[in-house]
Design a protein around this ligand. Structure first.
Ligand SMILES: [Ca+2]
Ligand SMILES: [Ca+2]
Length: 155
């Protein structure tokens, strides 16, 4: 726990302890929950508080039953209590090798392609910035009759 004097930078969460015995002692305790993971499950405490409303998840649970663990939802920046929100490729919108997915703006993605479903997959593009409500990427390097199989990675 980081015990520091209050600064002009507003803390993420501030706990105030007041010792009334002496009536003159105040202690300010600043916690930075944005990156702390006190239970060590890989989920930042601030994310757990905001998106799960508790700290009970061990990361492997699937709170909304969409098939993706809470940890996977955190990594993809999808909503762990909304079964319609999970990382997935969307049906193709055009025959010109445009790959689309439901994205988060705070994430970058790597799109991979293979001529065989079993792989190996090779990166088509890395560092694709997500956009809402969907991200579209036109694969201009796909040539020939295919088939082409795509896989999405975060990041
Ligand atoms: Ca889930
Ligand atoms: Ca979800």
């Amino acid at each position: 726990m980081d015990r520091t004097a209050f600064t002009k930078t507003p803390p993420t969460v501030l706990l105030l302890h007041h010792n009334n015995t002496l009536k003159n002692r105040w202690e300010l305790v600043r916690l930075n929950l944005s990156s702390q993971d006190l239970d060590g499950h890989g989920l930042p405490d601030a994310w757990e508080a905001e998106f799960l409303n508790d700290f009970a998840s061990n990361g492997s649970g699937d709170r909304d039953g969409d098939g993706y663990s809470d940890l996977e939802e955190f990594l993809a920046r999808t909503y762990p209590r909304d079964a319609s929100s999970y990382l997935r490729l969307l049906p193709p919108s055009s025959p010109e090798f445009t790959v689309s997915w439901q994205a988060a703006t705070s994430r970058t993605y790597t799109l991979e392609r293979s001529g065989n479903l079993k792989g190996p997959f090779a990166p088509v593009q890395t560092g694709i910035q997500g956009s809402v409500p969907r991200t579209d990427f036109k694969d201009t390097s796909a040539a020939g009759p295919g088939p082409f199989f795509y896989r999405l990675r975060v990041p």
